[in-house]
Design a protein around this ligand. Sequence first.
Ligand SMILES: Cc1cc2nc3c(=O)[nH]c(=O)nc-3n(C[C@H](O)[C@H](O)[C@H](O)COP(=O)(O)O)c2cc1C
Length: 228
Amino acid sequence: MSMPERPSMSVDEAIRRRRSVRGFLPCEVPDAILREVFKLAQCAPSNCNVQPWMPHVVSGEKLRRLREALVAAGMRDEPIKPDWPADGKFTGIYRERQVGAAQALYGAMGVARSDTVGRKFAYIRNHAFFDEPHAVFIFMPEPFDTREATDIGMYAQTLMLALTARGIASCAQGALGLFPDIVREQLGISPSYRLLFGISFGYEDHGVKANSARVDRAAIDDVVRFHR
Ligand SMILES: Cc1cc2nc3c(=O)[nH]c(=O)nc-3n(C[C@H](O)[C@H](O)[C@H](O)COP(=O)(O)O)c2cc1C
């Protein structure tokens, strides 16, 4: 399978082009490019330059085994045990946006709201990493919390933009943080490292229906307040 050509892209273009992709081709990203993007992501800013992120990049046989374990946990409805409470706090406009994103995704996949089995399978695809060849799980050490989590957000977006600029698609996934004990056990990570979320990445499969989903953003005048 031929690798997409490495594009040259402005920052603006990478920001605009990045979107969550949920279906990937089976070809791996070459090691040299993997190292290049993770080196670039190290440029992300952090409070006092503490760089609290601890990314674990998983591919190949390890990823296959992890996929099996996470999908099995999801299929048997094992109670989730995230290191941070799962979302349940979206109300008002935030709930509307959440529902809008879900409708865009399930609509693109052709899964009706009443189709509970279809929805479950669509959700479980999260645990299958959307068939992508790589995933990065981003941990941070105890006792870091909210403040350091903002640094992790900056790291994650820096990483995803570096990937985008090389024609590599990604999807940040809180769903990959729902069974952190399984991830820690399989990767040999100490319980003192807590998992925020994962990012699946690889080359987009344009034939996957979910990849036609698009979500919009609030208008700048609805969110930004300029003071002077
Ligand atoms: C921290 C974080 C966690 C996310 N978790 C998931 C997830 O578990 N599953 C999923 O399909 N998308 C997940 N997303 C993707 C969002 O749904 C997506 O970023 C949002 O709808 C905006 O769409 P876009 O990324 O295509 O611009 C997550 C995004 C972020 C930043």
